[in-house]
Design a binder for this molecule. Structure first.
Ligand code: ZN
Length: 106
């Protein structure tokens, strides 16, 4: 008899590990930037492997292109037309986020 996989449990554990790794990445980004990037890399691998979604703040805590966590001296934040524009100064990639509270007011 093959061992049955408890997928719900697997996903739960995967999510826990992801949030732990992202937390570590954020803690370490000022001390060891490369190590922090490695944590992000692992978190993404787990998310892909177990097909779990990252939380919004987790997804937004690192650059999707070069995987380095956003750090105040390696990023630029601008607000334009109700959107937050984040430029990663490692790779130059930009991301845009809508500001939800502004949408509701309009
Ligand atoms: Zn980048």
């Amino acid at each position: 008899m093959p061992v049955r996989r408890d997928k719900k449990l697997e996903k739960m554990i995967a999510k826990e590990r992801i949030s732990f790794l992202i937390k570590r990445a954020i803690d370490y980004k000022k001390m060891d930037y490369h190590l922090a990037r490695r944590y992000v890399e692992l978190a993404i691998k787990i998310a892909e492997r177990y097909r779990v979604k990252m939380k919004k703040y987790e997804k937004r805590s690192f650059c999707k292109n070069c995987l380095y966590p956003y750090r105040s001296d390696r990023m630029r934040v601008r607000i334009k037309k109700g959107r937050v524009i984040i430029t990663c100064l490692n790779c130059g990639k930009t991301r845009r986020f809508k500001i939800k509270s502004l949408e509701r007011r309009a």
